[in-house]
Design a protein around this ligand. Structure first.
Ligand SMILES: C[S@@+](CC[C@H](N)C(=O)[O-])C[C@H]1O[C@@H](n2cnc3c(N)ncnc32)[C@H](O)[C@@H]1O
Length: 268
């Protein structure tokens, strides 16, 4: 099961998320001309457009297991006038590529949904040539802090974390990027925290991050959380109300993403 689903609102949420993290993720993500880059789990192309635009000489192969998302991603890339991306419908655990056939790989918000993220990293490593790199970007819901603070809002967030755990994922995976890259056999892993800090001086981020990236994501698990019996409706709704409170003029929201870059060594 994929916790976020593939609905219209989730597609809008991924776009809002991509807009709010754009400088954190893409400011230092560039691939040289002539390089082949595998994007694993491109979804609706929210990152693909930025990747392809920022590295116009590189060739991107973007894969996802959702045909609906791939269709959306393909439209977006075409609408942006980019011609350096090819899309492929595939599961990342059964990719039809030769060993060492890519120079780089890029994985954003995918490992958090997998029960075996280290296996996924190992498979990606096989597809890289020696000296190639992997770039991984993930969030960590344990890092969400806000003002006014609210124990009930933290309970609503905990529902999302618990349901993602039950679906086999890990919503707090960001803090584990370093050990996972090491365990997968990558060399020279370098992980850096990327903080989103939002107050009223950034109305763009209040809307795109506090409301549409984070609060929408938690709100989306309402029915599932109620059905699972892990919270009651009144408490959950009060938690969402308090999360939205952080988007008001005196509110503050802070969240840490983690970006990891690591190298494939000489051995396959
Ligand atoms: C949260 S979305 C992230 C999409 C995009 N990377 C972004 O940053 O907006 C996660 C994506 O991973 C894809 N995914 C999850 N497991 C996968 C698998 N085993 N093989 C291929 N794609 C997978 C899902 O279909 C979904 O599109």
């Amino acid at each position: 099961m994929y916790i976020h689903g593939y609905g219209e609102r989730e597609s809008d949420r991924l776009l809002a998320q991509a807009a709010s993290i754009f400088p954190l993720l893409h400011a230092d993500t560039r691939f040289p001309p002539g390089r082949r880059v595998l994007e694993v789990g491109c979804g609706t192309g929210a990152q693909t457009v930025s990747l392809a635009r920022n590295s116009p000489g590189a060739h991107f192969v973007a894969i996802d297991r959702s045909t609906t998302s791939l269709a959306r991603a393909s439209e977006r890339v075409a609408a942006a006038g980019l011609s350096n991306v090819e899309f492929l419908h595939a599961d990342l655990f059964a990719l039809p590529f030769d060993t060492a056939s890519f120079d780089h790989a890029f994985i954003c918000f995918v490992l958090e949904h997998l029960s075996n993220p280290i296996d996924a990293l190992r498979l990606v490593k096989q597809l890289l040539r020696p000296g190639g790199t992997v770039t991984v970007f993930e969030g960590d819901h344990g890092s969400g802090n806000f003002h006014p603070d609210s124990a009930i809002a933290h309970r609503a967030i905990a529902c999302q974390v618990e349901l993602q755990r039950r679906a086999g994922g890990n919503a707090c995976i960001g803090r584990q990027l370093y050990p996972m890259l090491v365990q997968a056999g990558f060399q020279a892993p370098r992980v850096t925290p990327r903080v989103v800090y939002v107050d009223a001086t950034r109305p763009d981020l209040v809307d795109s991050f506090t409301r549409k990236t984070f609060t929408w994501m938690v709100e989306a698990v309402r029915e599932e959380a109620l059905t699972a019996g892990i919270i009651d409706a009144a408490t959950f709704d009060a938690g969402i109300r308090d999360l939205n409170r952080a988007a008001e003029p005196d509110g503050v929201f802070c969240y840490t993403f983690f970006k990891g870059v690591a190298v494939k060594g000489a051995s396959l």
